[in-house]
Every structure is written in C-alpha cells, then in structure tokens.
Ligand binder design. Sequence first.
Ligand code: HAM
Length: 427
Amino acid sequence: MQNKGTYQAPKGTEDLYGERAQAWELLQQVAARVFSRYGYRPLYTPIFEATELFTRAVGKATEVVNKEMYSFKDRKGRNLTLRPENTAGVVRAAIEQNLLGEGGSAKLYYAGPMFRYEKPQKGRQRQFYQLGAEALGVTLPEADAEMILMLWEYLCELTLPQQHLQLLVNSMGCPQCRPLYRKELAKYLRAHAEELCADCQERIKTNPLRTFDCKRPSCCKVLAGAPKIIDALCPDCAEHQKRVERLLNDAGLIYRIDPTLVRGLDYYTRTVFEVQVVDGMGAQNALGGGGRYDGLFEELGGKSTPSIGFALGFERVMLALEAANIRLPFEKGAQVFVAATEDALREEAFALVRELRDAGLPALCDLQGKSLKAQFKAADRSGAALVVIVGPDELDDGYVRVRDMQSKEERLIERSRAAARLSAELR
Ligand code: HAM
C-alpha cells in the first residue's frame, strides 16, 4: 500500500496537482482574457484582514460572519480573519490606496483562496478558490447589465453549455424601500411562525430575508406565499431594475427573475444575480453570483461609491464542467524529448534541449541518468510528440535522428538546423 505519510491536508482543503492544477491556471487565463476586454485590471489583496472589516461589510447576522469565519489573534493581539470573500478586501484596498483616482471608478478582478468553516461536501470546502470582478464607482443600470454579460461570456468561453445553466436575477431594493419590505415580511412570517423551523423563527428577528434560503419543505411552503421584495421596490429601484432587464433582453440573454433570490451577504442593494447549474451538482448548485453594493464604501469609511461585482467558485465550475462532460483544452506537455544514446552525449543532448526551448518549443531530456530504453519510456510518459536521439555515428556526420512517437517513423535531420526545423514543424 502507498505510504500516505504522517500528515494529511486539513479537512475541507485539497492539494491541487496534475490536470486539476492546470485547470486552475486555465480558468484564470481565460478570466484575464475575457475581463480585460471589459477593461478590468488585476488586484491582489491580503488573504487575511481585520476581523471587523468582514463583520461590518458582510454583516453580523449572516451565516458567514456568525458561524464560518476563521478568526484568530496575532502575536500582538490584533483580531484577524482569513478572508471568507473578497469584496470587502477590494473595497478596503480601493479606499486605502485611492484606486478610484480622479475618474472616480475602477474595474478590478482577482482570483485566490477564500476560507469558510462549513461542513465539507461536494462543491463545498473550507478553503475554496474564487474568481471575482468588481466595478467600483458605477451607477448606471448599464453597469449591472455589463457585469452579468461578462460573467455569462466567461462561462461561454469555458464552453459550458447554456442549457446546463440558469441565470437568476432579482432586486434587493435600497435603504429606502428594503426596511419597509423587511417589516412586511417579518409580519407575515410571525403570523406563520408555528409552521417554520427553529432557524427560520430565529431569522424573523435577526434577518427575515434569509428565510428564503431555507431548504426545508415546510418553510418553503410558507415562503411561497410571502410578500416579494420585487413588488415592494421604491420608484427609483423599480426603474433601475426595469432598465437592467431591458438591457439584458436587448443583449439576447436568457434569465429568470427570481423574487426569492436574496444572497447571503448583507451589503447587497438593488440588482442581485446568481448562475446555477440545472442538475448534477446537488445542493451546491450556485456556480457564482453577485450584485450591487451601493452603500459598502460608506459603511467602510469611504465616500459614496455605488458598485457591483460577482464571484465564481472554481470547485463548482469544475463540477459543472464534469457534469457536462467537458474537458478543458490544456496546453500540451513536452513536445520534444531529447535522448542521448550514451553518457558521453548527455551534454550534447542538453545543448539541443536549450536550443529547442530558445526556439519556443517545450523540450525535455533525462535528468536521472536513465538508459536509452528508459529514456524512451520517460518520453512516452511526458506526452512528447517527437524524440530526438543523439547518437555518435549520426552526430559524426552532422545529424540527429528524429522519431515520431505516434507513427514510430524515424528520419535524420541536420544537427545544426534541428531546433529551427522542429520548431517550424511543430508550431
Ligand atoms: P458568494 O455567493 O458567497 O458571494 O460566493 C460566490 C461563489 O463562491 C459561490 O457561488 C460558490 O461558487 C463559491 N463558494 C462559496 N462558498 C464556497 C465553499 N464553501 N466551497 C466552495 N465554493 C464556495 C461572494 O463571495 C461575493 N463576494 C460575490 C460578490 C462579489 N458580490 C459582489 N461582488
């Protein structure tokens, strides 16, 4: 049996290697390509921040802050937390570094690990990877539409079939209309309290909108008859929502207005959205989501800066790709393996590998002192398309032998022009 060693990765975390690690890189490369078309620039913020940043931004009454944060004190007693999400960190950085500059806006994206102490299951980890984008200082409904379209374009670029996905959109209102709706909803829930689970009964007091996230059938039944926020929007929020819908319709996007979509973080105002996988993902079917957060800058000590963003979870994107049977187009491994027939020619093989790489070809040679036969096996494992064999007789005549690993055909090419010829052939 394989020796697993003394230590294992902590529960809810994973080592990324092989194709999965390559997938992570590819998901980020595609993001850089798509998002830069929309004018986004990368931003890296710390993996831990002051605990209070998340309590203020995400909200005291949310599951994330209440139950899921990895919080600790550093050696000087400062309260810190491993980021459970990154919108708070982006806004903190934008204020601190004045990222909005004179134009008063910025488009930023990020990718990296987030941490939530949740019960691990398929598509739910304690350390997971998010890709996110934030458009800061943008007021128009066009910003909302652009954000949703960019998310959709990203998923299309990954070739995720659209029939596997559904896009849900809702509005959460604003500080004018939401408190009134909250009261109305709490009143309705109180009238049905006996039919609700203990958690939802508690939520009536702390965060009645969260009851929409409950999956218990008895609660769902009560909530089906509850007043909907989209019917309680103030005129400005209703007008904003209508224009977002018009813009999405004009762009030909297929989506559904879901009046029960409330999202789990407190900072949202107006437009919220989520992309869900239709089936094959179990309970964790949200690939990603986001929304407007027009009040967050002020909440964190900045000036009023209406903004919108989203984040996607890589683990869930991978599950969705698997469910749809899609293989990502990975870069090929080594294209050329240079084998030396004897030890005396290893330096010659090494020189040729360098030339091949200089010519832009992925190239490998043996670094373990293997026999020629074992070098061929290693070449095979590396996925190389060609093996260049450096042997004494050919070399004396100024040639090396090239073997096509698929057809097994061999031919001689001039040593001095080998790198240029092979790179022209293989590219
Ligand atoms: P969120 O909905 O909490 O939003 O997370 C976004 C995505 O992260 C989820 O849809 C899911 O794919 C992934 N995710 C969340 N928790 C886990 C977990 N435990 N395991 C695996 N994947 C997970 C946010 O985080 C907001 N910051 C999004 C946003 C950006 N809103 C505005 N800007």
